[in-house]
Design a protein around this ligand. Structure first.
Ligand code: GLN
Length: 549
C-alpha cells in the first residue's frame, strides 16, 4: 500500500514548495523508497500550455506529451525519473472531467456540486498514482496558498482523505515564512501561527511545519512555533536560504525532515541515505576550476522562470565540466547589426532560446549571424534552431526573403513551414507536436559525437518545422541535417560544417537534463565554450583577440 505526503503552503506564494517537496522526495528515494511527486494547481486552465511564460514561467513537457507546471521539471531533475500527465492536475482538468461525466449522464438525477463531486474527483486523482503499486510514497504538492478561495476544494479533499485513510498513511507538511524584521532584529512567528490556524479551520492539521527563513531559528523560536501550532518541536524544520536549490535535500536531511515523515508513516525499514552522486555533483558545482560566460538570447528574460529548465541544464552541464557557467541575459528585441558586437562580443557561447511569435526574432537572427561568422559556439533550441535556418538562407544561400510562415505567412521562401498535420488544427491547448519522438543521428557529425549513439529520443513542443524542399541547397552550402525523425523525415538537428560548434535542435533537450544525467548537448556546448575561452585567453595580442571575437 502506498502512503501519501501532502505539501501545502502558507503566508505567501513563492516559498519554494516545489523544491521542498522534491528535496523530501529525493531523501526518501535515497533511503530506498520508491517515490513520485504530483502537483495540484488551483487555476482554471486545463493545463499551463496556453499560458504566457510571463504568467507562470516555463511550460514543462513530459515524455507522454503533457504540458505541465514547471515544478515537474524540478521533480524530474531531483529524482531522475520521468513524470507524466497524471502528475499534474489543475482545477480546470478536474472540472472538465466532472462536467464531461455529467454530460454523459454519470450523475443522472443528481445535483452536481463542489462537495462531493469535485472533491471526489480530486481525491481520485490524489490516490491514482498510488494504485499502480509502482510507488511506496506519493507526494502531492498543493499549489497556491492556504486561505485562497481557489485552493479550498483541494484542502477539503485532503481533509476527507485523512479521515478515510489509516492515520499512518498520510503526512501533511506545511511550508510557511518566518519573516525577519530588520529594525526589531527579530524573527516573527505570527504569520505562521495564523496560517496554521487557517489550515486547521479548514479541518487539516499539519504534522510538520517547514519554516522558510533568512535567519537561523533559535530553540526558543522553534518551541514557540511548536507550541502555538500544536506540533512536536522536532517537527519544526528550518529551511534557511540556500546558495543553490541542490543544497536543499542536504539541509532537509540535517533537519531530519525525512525521518520525521517516516516516523509518522510508521516506516521502520530504510537504509542510510545514498547520496554519493548527489554530493559529488554539489562539490563540482561549488568548486569549479574554470568559468565561461554564455549569452541567453530570449525575449522573456525579465522572468527567469521562463527559461527554468535551460538554466538548470547549464547548472548540471557546468558541474560536469567543473566549470562555472555565468549566464548573461540578452534581450533579443534590442539586438541590432549596429550593437551586436557590443552586446555579444565578450561571450564564450550563445544560446538562442525557444519562443513563439514575431517579437524579437530579427534580433535573434542577428545574434546567430554573429556566432556563425565569428566561430562563437552556438546552440539554438526550437525557435533558436529555426532562426539559425533562416539566417543561413538569407545570408549564405542569398534567399533574401526567407522566413518562417509563423512570422510571415506570405513569405515566398518558407524555409520554416507549418507541419502538414498542424495545418488543419485550430484549437490551441495540447495540439502542438508534443512529447518524446525518436531521432536518428548521421554518422560523423557533431550531433553523433555528442550523443555517441545512432538513435536518440527527445521531447518536443512546436508546430513549425524545417522545410525539406530546401534541404539540398542547405547541405551543399555546409548546413547539414544531422538528426532526422526516422518515420517522417522531419529535420530535428542542423549543424554547420567547418564551425567549431554550431548546432540547432528542433526539440527541447533541456527537458531531459537531471543532476545524475546531464544533457549531452549542454555538456558539449559548455565544453566548447570553455575551449573557446581558452583560445581567446591564449591569444595575448589584443588585435588578434578582437579579430577572433
Ligand atoms: N514557435 C515555434 C514553433 O511552434 C517554436 C516553438 C518553440 O520554440 N518551442 O514551431
Amino acid at each position: 500500500m502506498a502512503k501519501y505526503i501532502f505539501v501545502t503552503g502558507g503566508v505567501t506564494s513563492s516559498l519554494g514548495k516545489g523544491i521542498i517537496a522534491a528535496s523530501l522526495a529525493k531523501l526518501l528515494q535515497a533511503r530506498g523508497l520508491k517515490v513520485t511527486i504530483q502537483k495540484f494547481d488551483p487555476y482554471i486552465n486545463v493545463d499551463p500550455g496556453t499560458l504566457n511564460p510571463y504568467e507562470h514561467g516555463e511550460c514543462f513537457v513530459t515524455e507522454d506529451g503533457a504540458e505541465t507546471d514547471l515544478d515537474l521539471g524540478h521533480y524530474e531533475r531531483f529524482l531522475n525519473i520521468f513524470t507524466s500527465q497524471a502528475n499534474n492536475v489543475t482545477t480546470g482538468r478536474i472540472y472538465q472531467t466532472v462536467i464531461n461525466k455529467e454530460r454523459e449522464g454519470a450523475y443522472l438525477g443528481k445535483t452536481v456540486q463542489v462537495v462531493p463531486h469535485i472533491t471526489d474527483e480530486i481525491k481520485r486523482r490524489m490516490l491514482l498514482l498510488g494504485q499502480s503499486k509502482e510507488f511506496d510514497i506519493i507526494i502531492s504538492e498543493i499549489g497556491g496558498t492556504v486561505g485562497d478561495i481557489e485552493s479550498l476544494p483541494f484542502i477539503e479533499a485532503l481533509r476527507q482523505l485523512q479521515w478515510e485513510l489509516p492515520e499512518e498513511d498520510t503526512v501533511v507538511v506545511h511550508l510557511t515564512l518566518i519573516p525577519y524584521l530588520r529594525a526589531a532584529k527579530e524573527l516573527k512567528t505570527k504569520p505562521t501561527q495564523h496560517s496554521v490556524r487557517m489550515l486547521s479551520q479548514e479541518g487539516v492539521h499539519p504534522d510538520v511545519i517547514v519554516c522558510r527563513t533568512e535567519e537561523a531559528l533559535s530553540p526558543e523560536i522553534r518551541r514557540k512555533i511548536a507550541l502555538f501550532c500544536n506540533v512536536k518541536q522536532e517537527a519544526v524544520i528550518e529551511a534557511a536560504d540556500a546558495s543553490t536549490i541542490y543544497e536543499v535535500p542536504l539541509t532537509m536531511m540535517r533537519e531530519k525532515l525525512d525521518l520525521i515523515c517516516m516516523k509518522k508513516m510508521n516506516i521502520t525499514q530504510y537504509q542510510e541515505p545514498e547520496l554519493g552522486k548527489w554530493k559529488e555533483f554539489l562539490d563540482k558545482l561549488k568548486y569549479p576550476k574554470s568559468k565561461v560566460t554564455i549569452g541567453l538570447i530570449g525575449k522573456y528574460i525579465e522572468l527567469q522562470d521562463a527559461y527554468k529548465s535551460i538554466l538548470e541544464s547549464f547548472v548540471h552541464a557546468g558541474a560536469m565540466n567543473e566549470c562555472k557557467v555565468q549566464i548573461v541575459n540578452v534581450h533579443s528585441e534590442f539586438i541590432t547589426e549596429e550593437n551586436v558586437f557590443e552586446k555579444l562580443g565578450a561571450l564564450d557561447g550563445l544560446l538562442v532560446a525557444p519562443g513563439f511569435g514575431m517579437r524579437g526574432v530579427e534580433g535573434k537572427i542577428v545574434a546567430v549571424k554573429f556566432a556563425r561568422e565569428n566561430n562563437l559556439p552556438f546552440f539554438g533550441i526550437c525557435l533558436g534552431m529555426q532562426m539559425a535556418v533562416i539566417e543561413f538562407a538569407r545570408n549564405v544561400l542569398g534567399i533574401k526573403d526567407a522566413h518562417s510562415t509563423e512570422m510571415n505567412p506570405d513569405t515566398p521562401d518558407p524555409v520554416i513551414d507549418l507541419m502538414e498535420e498542424q495545418k488543419k488544427i485550430t484549437a490551441k491547448g495540447g495540439t502542438m507536436r508534443l512529447g518524446s519522438y525518436p531521432c536518428e543521428l548521421k554518422p560523423n557529425t557533431l550531433a553523433h559525437s555528442i550523443y555517441n549513439t545512432d538513435a536518440i529520443s527527445e521531447r518536443h513542443r512546436h508546430r513549425w518545422e524545417f522545410n525539406n524542399k530546401y534541404l539540398d541547397q542547405y547541405e551543399k552550402a555546409g548546413m547539414i541535417a544531422s538528426g532526422k525523425n526516422p518515420e517522417s523525415g522531419l529535420v530535428e538537428i542542423v549543424e554547420l560544417q567547418g564551425h567549431p560548434f554550431f548546432i540547432g535542435v528542433q526539440y527541447h533537450p533541456e527537458l531531459k537534463s537531471t543532476v545524475e544525467n546531464p544533457q549531452p548537448v549542454f555538456v558539449s556546448f559548455v565544453k566548447a565554450a570553455r575551449e573557446y575561452a581558452d583560445r581567446k585567453n591564449a591569444i595575448k595580442n589584443p588585435l588578434l583577440q578582437s579579430e577572433m571575437i
